[in-house]
Design a protein around this ligand. Structure first.
Ligand SMILES: *Cc1c(COP(=O)(O)O)cnc(C)c1O
Length: 388
């Protein structure tokens, strides 16, 4: 007997499989391997949030099934956060939906908004669920070109008309993983006009809204005129509050889209543990000074990485946000070859750009979510390699 739907054969091979195998070999030989491959904050969830969870877990009312859409107090807190942080006024009841992490929300966008055989416009490099979610939904992907020349701003205007005619959704994300690029508001305005002209739902994944540097303040796409007609935006506690393990996020925006996504979700999951929602309320509405402290640490690490890469003669995007540095593979290697070389010779794991989409060839990604000492040690080892 053999099991497995044929659609699973369409998923790309796991690019880190070979890297993981080589890492295990090195570890077995007693080598110290440092991973700069993973986008998971190394710093703990802030104390006041953990303290709120400890209280919330003792409340028996929190032990029962959660509300599908999110507790009214959770959705209210999300709306208040959007008001305070971005000046965006939302109806907590119809324009906010709790998500069990934004990854869950992204995967469920496909059954909610894209028919089998129809297209989603996705960034040429991006979070892997943007493509995987469509494959599992039997729908199609169109990779919007992203490159250094266009500032890593996905070129939706280059979409061929035949694809546009069968497209139902477009996904963007700035500050951007993996490129660390930010988008000017004019770009969002053009994207909104394009989505309205072509009848697309525009989804903005704003996972790094609050991880920004040098005084840059990232906007919400919902601040822009016309966004309410065609957009939903995803926010997460994961990166802003070091809460990747807790699974708390929300979608906000167009009420009709929020309703459709809620219909899919109510057939699949039963919401976020209510005690976690209480902790997330504390994250959104409590003191934000820990976020500032954390950003300063990431910014120091960013500076150290950019300095080292420059000394190595490696060109990198001058990041204004996210926990990543996106850099050019030295001449003469593919992304995969360079990642393997760095692993075998420096015992450091970097992510090959091709793990994020076709436009990632020729690039690699370094994660800043590594304790500073370990990051500096990894950089020392990489610079000993030189750029050759
Ligand atoms: C980390 C990340 C997410 C996932 O967030 P969760 O809320 O933890 O699921 C979503 N989008 C991007 C671009 C990310 O880097």
């Amino acid at each position: 007997m053999s099991f497995g739907a044929t659609r699973l054969n369409n998923l790309p091979p796991y690019l880190f499989a070979e890297i993981d195998r080589k890492r295990d070999e090195l570890l077995a030989q007693g080598h110290d391997v440092i991973s700069l491959g993973i986008g998971d904050p190394d710093m703990p969830t802030f104390d006041h949030i953990v303290a709120r969870m400890k209280d919330a877990i003792d409340d028996p009312a929190n032990h029962r099934y959660p509300s599908y859409a999110g507790a009214p107090r959770y959705r209210q807190a999300c709306a208040e956060f959007m008001q305070c942080r971005f000046g965006v006024t939302l109806d907590a009841n119809s324009e906010v939906l709790a998500l069990i992490g934004s990854k869950e929300g992204i995967a469920n966008l496909f059954p909610a908004f894209v028919d089998p055989g129809h297209y989603t416009l996705i960034p040429g490099v991006g979070y892997p669920v943007y493509s995987g979610g469509g494959i599992i939904n039997d729908s199609l992907e169109h990779w919007m070109p992203m490159n250094e020349e266009n500032g890593w701003l996905a070129d939706f205007e280059a979409t061929p008309p035949a694809i546009l005619a069968k497209a139902q959704m477009m996904i963007l994300s700035y500050p951007n993983n993996p490129t660390s690029a930010i988008a000017p508001v004019e770009y969002f305005d053009r994207a909104i006009a394009f989505a309205r002209e072509h009848g697309l739902l525009l989804v903005h994944d704003n996972a790094y809204a609050d991880i920004t540097f040098d005084g840059y303040v990232a906007p919400s796409i919902l601040e822009r005129p016309g966004a309410r007609e065609c957009c939903i935006e995803l926010f997460s506690t994961s990166k802003s509050y070091n809460m990747t393990g807790w699974r708390a996020a929300f979608a906000a925006g167009n009420a009709e889209a929020i309703k459709q996504l809620g219909i899919v979700k109510s057939n699949i999951d039963s919401g976020i543990f209510t005690a976690v929602q209480d902790a997330a309320i504390e994250a959104f509405l409590g003191p934000q000074d820990d976020v500032e402290r954390m950003k300063a640490i990431y910014q120091e690490r960013r500076d150290a990485v950019l300095q080292t890469l420059e000394a190595m003669g490696i060109k990198a995007v001058a990041s204004k946000g996210t926990i990543f540095i996106w850099a050019q593979v030295p001449e003469g290697h593919t992304s995969a070859e360079y990642a393997e070389k760095v692993l075998m010779e420096a015992h450091v794991i970097i992510a090959p750009g091709t793990a994020y989409g076709p436009d990632g060839e020729g690039y690699f990604r370094i994660s800043l979510a590594t304790p500073t000492e370990r990051l500096l040690e990894a950089l020392d080892r990489m610079s000993a390699l030189g750029s050759a």
